[in-house]
Design a protein around this ligand. Structure first.
Ligand SMILES: [Zn+2]
Length: 267
């Protein structure tokens, strides 16, 4: 069974109205664990309702995160952290704060504005006792520096890891978990593949980031949780192990990284 630790179900639903069919596809590919990741505070209740409805319909373990991505660095309000705190406690399915982090590729606000939005959310995660899902783009040094000063108490999952072994080692030394997505199949992602080859078997998870980042061969289509199976078999080839081994270790790693003591049994 596979765990897609990072997707955006609400965005998939907006792209493709047949979200039930998308979950059926995922089940066909043996995906039994899905975390719906926040892209902002606004649609939290809609996401909760969606995940609740899907949980009733399908034998899949659905979880949620709550968080504020760096795109909001300039637009934050004084109430944001209070709202985030409320959302983290509003539903027992919330297992992480995020995605949050640094994105210098698009340059949302200033670097300092991004850093403070990120650090404040680490503070909320630490208070509540949740791990942090980290988005990082073109910001390796500042990310490592910030985490060196302020490593989240309950851990950090580096979503869609996109760098190479050197940055990976610094993050792993801090205790982070690396998450590999469909971009590992892209031609230019040699550093990501090298990292997947060397990472310890208990320090990585897999994800789709759907509807974004479809794997090679599916580019131009809407990505979906079923495609986490493609990421897993790609990593299995790189590591020279069978896909079942990758499925098993990434499922265990996901449960550990997101601190799930007794996830609901899926039959
Ligand atoms: Zn994402």
């Amino acid at each position: 069974m596979f765990a897609d630790t990072h997707c955006h179900l609400r965005c998939i639903e907006q792209n493709n109205t047949d979200i039930d069919g998308i979950i059926e596809n995922a089940m066909e590919k043996k995906v039994s664990f899905v975390i719906d990741i926040s892209t902002g505070l606004d649609d939290f209740l809609t996401r909760c309702d969606l995940v609740k409805r899907l949980s009733c319909m399908f034998p899949v373990d659905f979880y949620l995160s709550a968080g504020i991505p760096p795109y909001f660095a300039q637009k934050r309000t004084s109430r944001d952290m209070d709202v985030l705190r409320e959302q983290c406690c509003a539903d027992p399915r919330v297992v992480a704060v995020g995605e949050c982090g640094l994105d210098y590729h698009h340059g949302y606000g200033t670097k300092d504005e991004q850093k403070s939005l990120f650090a404040d959310q680490i503070g909320v995660a630490d208070d509540i006792g949740l791990p942090v899902v980290v988005h990082s783009r073109d910001a390796d040094d500042d990310l490592v520096g910030l985490l060196e000063r302020r490593m989240p108490r309950c851990g950090a999952i580096i979503h869609c890891f996109s760098s190479g072994p050197e940055v990976a080692c610094r993050l792993l030394d801090l205790g982070c978990t690396l998450s590999f997505a469909g971009n590992i199949t892209y031609k230019r992602a040699e550093g990501v593949r090298e990292t997947a080859r060397m990472v310890q078997s208990d320090r990585y998870v897999i994800e789709t980031d759907s509807p974004y980042l479809p794997p090679e061969g599916r580019r131009g289509t809407t990505n979906e949780p079923a495609n986490v199976a493609i990421v897993a078999s790609f990593i299995a080839d790189i590591r020279g192990v069978c896909v079942e081994a990758v499925a098993q270790e990434t499922m265990e790693n996901a449960k550990r990284a997101f601190r799930l003591k007794s996830p609901r049994k899926s039959s």
